[in-house]
Ligand binder design. Structure first.
Ligand SMILES: NC(=O)c1ccc[n+]([C@@H]2O[C@H](COP(=O)([O-])OP(=O)(O)OC[C@H]3O[C@@H](n4cnc5c(N)ncnc54)[C@H](O)[C@@H]3O)[C@@H](O)[C@H]2O)c1
Length: 321
């Protein structure tokens, strides 16, 4: 990773969360100067330790002086639950407002580069699968709409002065150790270990494009030395159904009971990334962790945790949903 003597710090908003935490630890291991900003509005699964400076505050309270020596920002702080966004849509305006505040400060201070975390949810039910970045934005939840708003703020900055260089990354389904059980793979792992159950919403044939966390972190780190595309998909280009994931977990626990659950509102049947631009930007390197291995690693991480803690986490998530 290239260095610049006066501005050598990397700021990660949402750095106590799943993707931000893994990224912060990987960058710190590469010897980077890292600042993590997170207001811990969601309790971290892995304590945010050993990554350097920690700013415990919301993005909206970020100040110019926090950015004086920063050369790169990964903006990953976000409300991100689709079901919760239907119940508390106004909370999700913060995703737009925080992006606005951050990018205005970065422009004022002259931060050279900002990577903004978005989501495949902005495509809604796309007409074209695998879906290229040029597909229309058609959000189907308040969460997805907030990310479209965030992307529009980023786009305005891209069209203005050119400083900072701003690139939007649309993550597809990122999974692995440290993700909270409001997401598909950890919800299945946590329920398997505590109840011997695998809860499946609807018919389980909804398909997602899964990438293991370490592969996503490698791609994010690679962006540090690349010219940013205005928008790029971060996915594997393959999709697997929920039932496929269940079958992988059942190899480990054949007697686990599949428990049917109601479909969520506005469920999208398939997300799959067109990865041509990602490959052009970052290189063709194949993802190193395939889905079977990734799920095994994720389950092993959950197995290493305290069962009472897992029960409490599931209880919190179910209460919130
Ligand atoms: N995990 C995925 O599969 C996935 C898929 C698509 C998009 N994304 C996007 O990637 C980013 C990271 O997701 P994640 O899975 O790590 O989420 P996460 O919920 O694990 O982490 C988000 C972190 O941001 C913090 N946070 C939220 N709003 C904040 C604010 N205004 N100020 C300060 N801290 C705040 C939370 O406390 C949390 O620690 C998000 O932008 C999310 O929308 C993730």
């Amino acid at each position: 990773m290239q260095r610049n003597s006066s501005k050598d710090r990397i700021l990660i908003t949402g750095g106590a969360g799943f993707i931000g935490g893994h990224l912060a630890r990987a960058l710190a291991a590469h010897g980077a100067e890292v600042t993590v900003l997170d207001d811990l509005r969601v309790p971290p699964m892995i304590p945010p330790e050993g990554t350097g400076k920690f700013l415990e505050k919301p993005v909206l309270e970020l100040e110019e002086r926090d950015l004086s020596d920063v050369r790169l920002v990964y903006h990953l702080a976000s409300h991100k639950s689709v079901p919760r966004s239907f119940k508390q849509p106004l909370d999700y305006l913060d995703n737009v407002d925080s992006g606005r505040h951050l990018l205005a400060l970065c422009t004022g201070v002259g931060v050279p580069k900002v990577v903004v975390g978005s989501t495949c949810e902005v495509y809604g039910e796309a007409d074209v699968v695998p879906t290229p970045e040029t597909s229309p934005l058609s959000p189907r939840s308040p969460y997805a709409a907030s990310k479209v708003g965030l992307e529009m703020v980023a786009r305005a900055h891209q069209r203005a002065s050119g400083v900072p260089e701003v690139g939007v990354v649309r993550f597809f389904n990122v999974y692995g150790p440290g993700e909270r059980p409001d997401a598909l793979v950890p919800r299945l792992c946590a329920n398997l270990l505590t109840r011997n159950e695998l809860p499946v919403e609807g018919d389980g044939e909804q398909r997602r494009d899964f990438t293991y966390i370490t592969d996503v972190v490698d791609k994010l780190i690679a962006l540090a030395d690349r010219t940013l595309a205005p928008v790029v998909n971060f996915g594997s280009g393959q999709s697997f159904s929920v039932n496929d994931v269940v079958r992988i977990l059942q190899k480990n626990s054949p007697d686990a009971k599949v428990t049917p659950k109601q479909s969520r509102p506005n469920e999208i049947m398939e997300f799959r990334a067109n990865t041509a631009l990602q490959t052009w930007q970052i290189g063709p390197g194949p993802d190193s962790v395939d889905i079977e291995k990734g799920i095994r690693l994720t389950l092993a991480w959950w197995e290493s945790r305290d069962l009472d803690d897992i029960r409490q986490r599931i209880f919190q998530e179910e209460g919130a949903d």
